[in-house]
Design a protein around this ligand. Structure first.
Ligand SMILES: *Cc1c(COP(=O)(O)O)cnc(C)c1O
Length: 369
């Protein structure tokens, strides 16, 4: 990409994604790597992300919905796919047709999966997340039922609630969940010897060797974000998405002039204001107004005024020389500077996951590398 002809786009660095997959595969040791590509690959594009992850060392793919599994198959991807989320009425046949494996945690799902001739069922244990999964006390009966139905149980799984919390009152809870999971694993394996076990998300895979088991399920780290909210680059990860736009208009304002809805910002001096044609409809949160920075020509400049639906304004500074067409990086690296998803998340009071997933449909994804 030498030019940015469009209003805004998200460059997806597939070489970085392959690198991150390789790093996670090495961290996983002998455990397999499932690349989680739900929610359109956390906003990066599901099919392109899946392909790059498989090239980088993943052997499995994880999605939330049957529709997402179908999208991968339509994209020509043959690797095993696990649907992590719940499956409803008409979807069972579609899951089977897409050769997707499924998670099950109760009798109706187990029966529906067997009836639909699903090829692989992963029994899900709720060891403390409090969402999907059978509680440990119900696992012996569930495993016995699966055996009596002749269900093709190809895995046993759980999900951690606090893998990203390395300190504080929740720091020990992941180990407690792991202990509960090990006993449920043994109960499942009485009926299904050697059923592969998996529990770790990105945070657990990066921090807890005991949680690697037979497979790890990584999402956020694959995309070069840190599950811990710190700098991913310091962990050897490479951010995959660069969100770009260009200055669409420049105007000079005078001291005490206001900019934008509600006049939330007033010039303290005469300066040059650049208009970036991206707003909260594109996923650039309104709460970033008067708080965040963007990169213009590799220089950090502040977002001033209220972020509108389709536009935001930046203070280029009185001495600035940028004109219409100057490249703007809303998130990513430019020059020697970087704006990370973690930085934007912190300003918004959320996590990097929501920042990257939230980049809107109106922003085309442009895969490179
Ligand atoms: C989304 C998801 C993951 C991936 O989590 P990350 O924190 O993004 O690595 C793993 N397992 C399950 C069940 C999930 O829903």
């Amino acid at each position: 990409m030498t030019t940015t002809p469009d209003r805004a786009h998200a460059r997806i660095d597939l070489a970085a994604l392959r690198h991150n997959a390789g790093l996670l595969a090495r961290a996983a040791g002998s455990a397999r790597l499932m690349a989680v590509v739900k929610a359109d690959g956390y906003g990066h594009g599901a099919v392109a992300s899946a392909r790059a992850a498989l090239d980088g060392g993943a052997t499995w793919l994880g999605v939330h919905t049957v529709g997402e599994a179908e999208e991968l198959r339509a994209g020509g991807i043959a690797a095993p796919v696990l649907v992590l989320g719940p499956i409803t009425g008409g979807e069972w046949g579609r899951a089977a047709a897409a050769r997707a494996e499924v998670a099950a945690w109760a009798e109706p799902g187990l029966r529906a999966a067997v009836e639909a001739r699903i090829t692989g069922i992963h029994l899900k244990v709720d060891t403390g997340m409090g969402r999907l999964g059978a509680v440990p006390g119900d696992i012996p009966a569930l495993a016995a039922l699966a055996a009596s139905l002749g269900a093709p149980v190809t895995g046993v799984m759980t999900h951690f609630a606090t893998a990203d919390e390395t300190e504080g009152p929740n720091a020990g809870f992941m180990r407690e969940q792991l202990t509960r999971f090990r006993s449920a694993m043994r109960q499942v394996r009485e009926h299904f010897p050697g059923a592969p076990a998996h529990a770790a998300n990105s945070a657990a895979a990066l921090r807890e060797p005991d949680a690697l088991l037979d497979m790890v399920r990584c999402g956020i780290a694959l995309y070069g974000c840190s599950p811990f909210g710190d700098d991913p680059v310091a962990r050897g990860l490479r951010p995959v998405m660069t969100w770009m736009s260009a200055i669409a208009s420049v105007k000079t304002v005078h001291s005490r002039d206001s900019v934008g809805y509600g006049r939330t910002w007033r010039a303290a001096r005469g300066t040059r204001i650049g208009l970036v044609p991206v707003g909260y409809a594109d996923g650039y949160a309104r709460s970033l107004g008067n708080r965040a920075h963007v990169l213009v020509g590799g220089r950090r400049v502040p977002v001033v005024g209220t972020v509108s639906m389709d536009q935001l304004t930046v203070d280029l500074g009185p001495e600035s020389t940028e004109e219409v067409g100057a490249e703007v990086v809303l998130m990513g690296a430019g020059g020697g500077e970087r704006i990370t998803a973690e930085e934007l998340a912190e300003l918004r009071g959320t996590i990097s996951y929501e920042v990257v997933c939230g980049v809107g449909r109106r922003v085309p994804r442009v895969p490179v590398g």
